[in-house]
Design a protein around this ligand. Structure first.
Ligand code: 5GP
Length: 192
């Protein structure tokens, strides 16, 4: 997606540990017009996949999921990172290793919000080693829900998450795939 690639080139900053900082438009300050275009693009890519629910993980995935949901006209449900006293009833849980914080955390989702009748579009901001998405896939499996697709804004193609998910047969769409990055250069994988 050209618009997203341009913004990454203009405002992205490469940080130690292969972290791409895009907090000007995606991770802290939010460019709603850009997010709207991202939501529309996910709709174009997954509209034929029978999506009944959009699933993401807090916090950065939520805005992306909401903008996509406006086009799909389905609910958004997000996995919570903190154990909340507010979650009533039974919950699905999974453990995710955080790329940016370097430690494991639990994710939780109330069982009533994901059922075997659902066909899910999983969305997130970044795909690196794939641990966050694997946690969401685990929750879909626990729920007996069908995974209709996975939509990611920025895939770091030099890390293994994307290749693993494609090999496992998932329909994965990454709107920008960064093939290499350093302090002074960043290249994207050509896409149709
Ligand atoms: P994974 O679980 O695929 O290894 O990493 C994906 C998760 O880690 C995303 O939810 C995102 O929050 C975070 N992440 C991974 N790499 C980056 C990065 O380069 N920049 C930012 N801002 N977040 C990242």
């Amino acid at each position: 997606m050209k618009l997203l690639e341009e913004r990454i080139l203009e405002e992205g900053q490469v940080r130690p540990g292969n972290v791409l900082k895009v907090d000007c438009f995606l991770n802290h300050q939010l460019d709603v017009a850009l997010l709207d275009a991202i939501g529309e693009e996910f709709y174009r890519l997954f509209q034929a996949d029978g999506i009944t629910k959009i699933l993401t993980i807090e916090a950065s995935g939520i805005a992306i999921a909401c903008m996509a949901a406006r086009h799909f006209e389905v609910p958004v449900v997000f996995a919570k990172k903190a154990k909340s006293k507010n979650l009533d009833g039974e919950v699905y849980t999974s453990v995710v290793h955080s790329y940016t914080y370097g430690k494991d955390y639990d994710i939780t989702l109330a069982q009533k919000f994901l059922t075997p009748g659902d066909t899910v579009l999983i969305v997130d901001d970044f795909l690196a080693n794939g641990k966050a998405i694997q946690g969401l896939l685990d929750i879909c499996q626990q729920a007996g829900a069908t995974v209709g697709g996975i939509g990611v804004c920025i895939e770091k193609g030099f890390q293994p998450g994307g290749a693993l998910l494609r090999k496992a047969g998932y329909k994965l769409a990454s709107l920008a795939i960064v093939d290499s990055m350093s302090d002074d250069a960043l290249t994207f994988r050509p896409q149709d």
